[in-house]
Structures are given as C-alpha cells and as structure tokens.
Write a protein that binds this ligand. Structure first.
Ligand code: UDX
Length: 438
C-alpha cells in the first residue's frame, strides 16, 4: 500500500484517485477549487459519471480516500504524486501546460524526500523532462525524485469500468525504482494479467496521443463513408458491420454521427498536429480527420436546411441531446453547440432536452428553452433533431411524438430510430448515411 496524492479532481483525477484507493492505496485528492473539495467532503460528486459515487463512498468509508485543498501538505505527506490537472487547448492548438507548470513548482518547493511525480493528464512529448527541470529549479535542498508518465484511457460514462478493468496500463519511466513502485500501485491489475506496457517517458506520452488520434481518424473515416453512402444510395450501417467483421479493422468506433466531441479527441488531435509541426513531420491523416470532423457539423446544418426547404427563420426546433455523448453531463466540444449557435443565428426558436447536460448548456445558451422531457421538447416543434444517442431517445414513442409536433420532420444524426416507425407515422426524415431507409 502506498501513500498517493492526486492533484486535480476533474474526471481523470477523481476517477483515478478513487480507483487507486480501491486498489488498496491511501489516496488524498487535492484541488485548488474550494467548491469542488467542499462538495466531495460532503459526499457529493461534482460530475455525473455512472458508478463513481459508489466507488468514492466505498473508499471514503474504508478510510483510504480523502479530499483537501492543502496541496503543500499532500505533497509532503505522499510518496507518489499524480498530476491530473487540466491541459486545455490554447489558441494555436497547442496543449496549455500552465497548470502542470504551476503544480510542478509547488512540488519542487515542498519536496521533502524521495517521491514519484506521475503525469495522468494528456501532455505533449517532452513534458516529463520539463517537469523534472521545473522541480529541480525550485528545490531548496537536493532531494531525489523520479518522473513517470502513466496516461489515462478513460471514456466518460464508462470511466470507472475503464479504470478498474482497463485494456492496458502504460507506465513510462527511466527509473527502475519508480517502475517497481508503480507496479506495486497497480498490483491488482498485474495479478489480473492486464497487459502492462512498461516503457520510457516519451513513448508513453506518444501512446496516448497516437491512440486518441487513431480513434478520431476512425470516426472521421466512417463519417466520410456515411456521407458518400448518402449520395450513392448505400447503407453505411451494413458497410460498417461488414468492415468490422474483418479482425484487422474491428467493429468499434465505426458509428457515423455528427462528428466527435468531448474533452479529448478535439484537443488531442490538435495537440498532436502541433507536436508534428514542431518535429517537422507531416501528420496528414490526423489533419484530414480534424477537417472532416468540422465538415461533419456543417453536414448536419446542411441537412437541417434541406429539411426546412432553405427557410428556417421563425421555425421551432426540438434538440434532443446536448452532451457530446450519452452517460455524461459534459457538453465540451459537443456537436450541439455549433448546431444551436447556427439555429439561433438563423432566427429559429430552440427547445432542448437532455437527461444530464442541461445545466452545463444553460451557461452557454441562456436563450434556449430547456425542457424536462422529450415530450415537452418536441411539443409544437417544426423539426426534431437527435444529437446524442441517449438510451431514452432510442426508446422514444414515435406515435406519441407525431401527435405533439407541429410538423412531422425529424433528423436523426445518430441513426438510433427505426426508419420503419418513422415511415409508419408519415415523418419526413433524414439520418446519416442510410438513404435507402428513408
Ligand atoms: C476518449 C477516449 O475513448 C478515451 O480513451 C480517452 O482517454 C479520452 O477520450 P471520451 O472522450 O470520453 O473518451 O469519449 P468516446 O467514447 O471515445 O467518444 C468520443 C466522441 O466520439 C463522442 O463525441 C462520440 O459520440 C464520438 N463517437 C464515438 C462517434 O461519433 N462514433 C463512434 O463510433 C464512437
């Protein structure tokens, strides 16, 4: 059992801290955000993430997990310090490392014995070396420490499962001593024979970007094929299914839609392009995936325009789904943002419903009418647009919706509704890449 500090209690920090305590370690999660820490101390979870409350409660009750604002103290008291602070995208697409730099300085000032500093946040190649330099420059006495890269691969909505039962764990460090301690921290996963990639820091840092960018490429690829299917009369679902049966391709991440969003893919693809540029390497494939993703949002707007016969002004649109994907309350880089922005600019009234994302979207668009159910959102609408594949939208009663809307027009950007039902109730509708089932 090791004494661990996790600095930063966002998605990554909170799930990792709770997960590491579940492995038997003693974990203190620290954050400068007073409100968040107060909520956590009261047993509340500041984000919506299935299973997280149970995981946190279990470990707090067992006395292995606690929360504090006192970052200096946790640095002094722990043997391993995980950095899980945010690394947002700066204006030029580069990862903004100011929080990482700030915490590294604080670590340097408080280093009172051998410690491991481990990055969980997605950071560009070379950050490990930068952290080492900052800590060395801020140390009062010379104390030995090691830097480790241990990137996370958590999906929002499935983060707890991804942490406790990961596909692989990546640990990058040049120090055998640090590697042994990290192996001990992840001991339950070693016992379960979870594949472990033990490597150096630059390789570990690259694995994270290469994996996320590959998934983004896969989504953009199927979106382009879907757009092609739209024009040539093929069904993208059957195309994707047949492609996925080839073990070399795999069926995952071949679902077309309004383009990827979230806190990772948009940021990490841009950061990787920036890394490539600095290294003098053209990352053409990643560049194309980013462009295609932007285009996919325009494609949705084009479909809305067509369904409205080019005259959206004065109409009412029901938006079903505000989050970038289901099972989260996160609206960062969500397709809904661009679509709503465009609709409002065109003089359309927007009434929206999402099972979890309303509070976060309200901050961005106070002028939207937020509803408490699908029924309320579609009432009186001239067009219904599904933007997130929440289960409750899949199970939508089309017959009931047909009675509530003003016009039976629907755009299903996630292809979750059964076209047979839509046809039965005389909807004029569109989806992504399935022209034959309209
Ligand atoms: C992602 C990675 O999966 C995770 O490993 C990483 O650590 C963080 O980024 P996340 O952003 O939570 O996780 O969501 P993910 O499930 O990967 O979906 C990302 C976006 O791609 C969503 O907008 C989703 O709707 C979209 N997507 C996903 C598709 O459009 N089609 C697909 O087939 C899969």
């Amino acid at each position: 059992m090791r004494k661990i500090a996790v600095i930063g209690t966002g998605y990554v920090g909170l799930v990792s801290g709770a997960g590491l305590s579940d492995f038997g370690n003693e974990v203190i999660c620290a954050d400068i955000n007073e409100k968040k820490i107060e909520l956590l101390k009261q047993g509340e979870i500041p984000i919506f993430e299935p299973g997280l409350k149970e995981l946190v409660d279990r470990n707090v009750t067992a006395g292995r997990l606690s929360f504090t604002r006192d970052i200096d103290r946790v640095i002094k008291d722990s043997e391993v310090i995980f950095l899980a602070v945010w690394t947002p995208m700066s204006e030029n697409g580069e990862a903004d490392l100011s929080a990482v730099k700030e915490v590294s300085k604080t670590i340097g000032k408080n280093l009172n014995g051998y410690k491991i500093i481990c990055t969980k946040s997605t950071v560009p190649v070379g950050t490990g070396a930068m952290i080492r330099e900052i800590i060395e420059n801020h140390q009062n006495d010379h104390v030995e420490f090691d830097v480790v890269s241990n990137p996370e691969f958590l999906r929002e909505g499935a983060a707890v499962r991804d942490f406790l039962w990961p596909d692989r764990v990546v640990i990058g460090t040049e120090s055998q001593k640090a590697m042994n301690i990290m192996r001990e921290i992840y001991r339950p996963l070693f016992i379960n024979e979870t594949p472990m990639i033990l490597t150096d820091i630059p390789t570990a840092e690259t694995i994270k970007y290469a994996s996320n960018a590959f998934l983004a490429v896969k989504i953009s690829y199927i979106n382009e094929i879907a757009n092609l299917c739209d024009e040539i009369g093929a069904d993208v679902h059957i195309v994707a299914k047949a492609m996925g049966l080839d073990g070399r391709i795999s069926p995952k991440f071949l679902h077309p839609g309004p383009g990827y969003g979230g806190s990772c893919f948009p940021k990490d693809t841009h950061a990787l392009l920036h890394i490539g540029e600095s290294a003098g390497i053209d990352l053409n494939v990643v560049n194309a995936a980013v462009k295609t993703n932007i285009n996919q949002r325009h494609r949705v707007i084009q479909k809305i325009t067509q369904l409205f016969d080019e005259k959206p002004k004065g109409k009412t649109v029901a938006i079903l789904g505000l989050t970038f994907k289901p099972d989260t309350d996160d609206v960062r880089e969500s397709p809904a943002i661009e679509i709503i922005q465009w609709l409002l600019k065109k003089g359309v009234s927007v009434q929206a419903y999402d099972p979890q994302g309303i509070d976060n979207m309200k901050e961005k668009f106070p002028e939207v009418s937020y509803m408490e159910s699908t029924e309320d959102a579609v009432r009186g609408a001239d067009l219904v647009v599904i933007l997130t594949d929440w289960h409750e939208f899949r199970a939508m009663d089309i017959g009931r919706v047909s009675q509530l809307v003003n016009q039976k027009i629907l755009l299903d950007t996630r292809n979750i509704l059964n076209p047979v039902d839509l046809k039965r109730y005389n909807f004029r509708f569109d989806n992504v890449g399935r022209p034959n089932v309209k």
